[in-house]
Design a protein around this ligand. Structure first.
Ligand code: G6P
Length: 595
């Protein structure tokens, strides 16, 4: 969702720096963008103290060469919430005097009240956004007090989860505030930065401060000053040095990040099977002593939670509850200080997870997160965080973090049983099988299947046990990036409704690992085949009823991992066959920072 990048320094190409910053944040998902810069010198052609360029659509081949030179600038990629994707609604938004500009991520819940009661009579609104309220409010408040006080007061007046930056063309400073939506400050030499995602800062600096809720920062080329928004009290930043590599954010030899990230999985999984088990054992101990453990996640991470509930039951005989992040908040009345919440998230910034975790924390529950981004909001909110070690994930559709989570959950389940070494073996085996799938001839079979299915409108995917979350994840990947309607189902539910939709030629994918689900799953496959379904069997052995066969060797409970790799590759090649960009699916965002 919305990406933010700000620069204050001594270089003259601030707008270009910012432009490349928001380009690196494209993966978050957006529908329009904008850059604002304070021109270095007054030119007779410049009627405003601020130069702004805004456009609808992807950045693509766009250029900002028409913006003037300047040493202070900021930029924004917008994912529309209030008001459609238009140039007027794109950020930055300017006040009536054009002295201030604002970019914003989040939702201002009381924007109508602020606009109608405080601003309507004296200010002219040019957009349909909630954001524009902020810039006029600051303009209004700054008439009688310093900009610092005005920004603080404006921030305290608005409601909701937000982060915004004010660019003041007069004093040449950026003022940023945060409550809920992520913001990171980067410290350089003779230059300072702001970004919604630390990875965007990597080309410039690794010294960062992750802003906490209700923090404000004033940034110039030579200074950063931090304040508490409620009291105005000065704060000291917690400066950390990132040990991330810039290369992780590059495409390398791959045409898309999604493919690159799919191919990284065997290595990541193999690493997970070998790293120290101290953290895993510690978390397993927490699960063992907790009075109820709840797995919570959104999107793909929610399916990892569901898979976790099967893994813990099957491997260690433990019952773990699972819930979707946005729903957990409505069913946590029973949490006590003895409860444990295992929060699963790639980004660690998904608002629905953060909100429900905060509620659980308020009830005294212990929070352990399985998260991929060091320093993310969830990472910092948790009592204990286990990093997935999957490296930066750029494609909107999550892939390598999902299988990394499945691997960690497998280890946790085996650790609870006191047999972590067996868990490591199973994960190592899954890594090998996944590597095989990424190579010919398996890859050619998947590409051929994508060609066969590319014009279909609907697909049904069935599984039982651990293959049920695999079916759900397969359907999600296919929907997300190929825009083909796909439904994942527990095979047993077919006869309770979905079977009515199967007709001659309907693609039906069935996961048939060699576990206790094989027989019953085969029965479901036959039910679909009998109604004319085109049966694609994903299994350790072929069967005469398959119209198309994808071999996946068994690796006990971890077979879900290579099964999902098959699904990821199929979805990827379906998107390619349909001429779509798998990295940036329409209407979707990587980091879902609104409720
Ligand atoms: C978005 C992404 C999904 C991801 C979900 C949860 O919807 O497109 O791929 O699974 O958010 O994200 P998280 O970062 O919390 O795992």
């Amino acid at each position: 969702m919305c990406g933010i990048f700000g620069y204050a320094g001594t270089k003259k190409d601030a707008a270009e720096i910012v432009f490349s910053g928001i380009r690196s944040l494209e993966y978050r998902g957006y529908d329009s963008w904008g850059v604002g810069v304070v021109p270095a010198s007054k030119s007779k052609f410049l009627i405003s103290p601020l130069a702004v360029k805004k456009q609808v659509g992807k950045i693509g081949q766009a250029s900002i060469a028409d913006l003037p030179q300047g040493s202070i600038a900021f930029g924004h990629t917008r994912w529309a919430t209030h008001g459609g994707a238009t140039v007027e609604n794109a950020h930055p938004h300017l006040d009536c005097t054009k002295r201030f500009a604002v970019i914003h991520n989040g939702i201002i819940e009381n924007y109508e009240m602020v606009r109608d009661k405080i601003l309507r009579k004296k200010h002219t609104f040019r957009s349909q956004t909630d954001t524009e309220v902020v810039v006029h409010l600051i303009e209004e408040l700054a008439q009688t007090q310093s900009l610092r006080q005005a920004t603080r007061q404006a921030f305290n007046l608005i409601e909701g989860l937000n982060a915004f930056i004010v660019l003041d063309s007069q004093t040449k400073q950026l003022i940023a505030v945060r409550n809920g939506s992520p913001l990171v400050v980067g410290f350089g030499r003779g230059e300072n930065f702001l970004a919604s995602d630390a990875s965007a800062l990597l080309p410039y600096t690794k010294r960062v401060h992750f802003m906490e809720d209700n923090e404000m920062v004033i940034i110039t080329d030579s200074q950063t000053e931090f304040f508490e928004t409620k009291s105005g009290k000065k704060l000291k930043p917690l400066i950390q040095t990132l040990n991330w590599s810039f290369a992780q954010a590059d495409l390398g030899k791959f045409p898309h990040f999604m493919l690159k990230e799919i191919y990284e999985q065997p290595k990541i999984l193999s690493n997970i099977s070998q790293v120290s088990t101290v953290e895993i054992k510690k978390i397993a101990g927490l699960i063992e002593t907790a009075f109820g453990t709840y797995l919570v996640g959104c999107g793909t991470a929610a399916y990892a939670c569901l898979a976790g509930s099967y893994l813990f039951s099957k491997v260690s005989g433990f019952h773990l509850n699972w819930a979707i992040g946005s729903e957990f908040g409505y069913q946590l009345d029973f949490l006590t200080p003895k409860s444990l919440v295992l929060a699963l998230s790639q980004s660690g910034e998904t608002m629905d997870i953060l909100e429900s975790v905060k509620k659980a924390k308020a009830k005294g529950a212990k929070i352990v997160s399985l998260v991929n981004v060091f320093g993310s909001s969830l990472y910092r909110l948790s009592d204990y965080s286990l990093l997935m070690g999957a490296g930066s994930e750029k494609a909107v559709a999550s892939t390598k973090d999902f299988t990394a989570k499945l691997a960690h959950l497998t280890l946790l389940a085996y650790a609870l049983k006191g047999k972590i070494k067996d868990g490591q073996k199973v994960v190592a085996q899954a890594a090998k099988v996944a590597a095989g799938i990424c190579q010919r001839p398996d890859l050619s079979r998947l590409k051929k299947l994508a060609k066969l299915l590319k014009h279909k409108d609907h697909m049904y995917i069935i599984g039982r046990g651990l293959s049920y979350p695999a079916a759900l994840e397969t359907a999600l990947k296919i929907k997300e990036i190929s825009y083909i309607h796909a439904e994942g189902l527990p095979a047993g539910e077919l006869k309770h409704g979905p079977l009515a939709l199967v007709e001659k030629g309907t693609p039906c994918l069935a996961f048939l690992p060699g576990d206790e689900t094989y027989g019953a799953n085969l029965a479901g496959s036959m039910e679909m085949k009998a109604r004319g379904g085109y049966l694609i069997g994903i299994s350790y052995k072929p069967h005469e009823i398959f119209d198309y066969y994808i071999p996946v060797a068994d690796c006990r409970e971890a077979t879900i991992i290579p099964n999902v790799v098959v699904a990821q590759l199929l979805a990827y090649y379906l998107a390619i066959e349909r001429g779509l960009d798998p990295d940036k699916p329409r209407h979707l965002a990587k980091s879902v920072t609104v409720k």
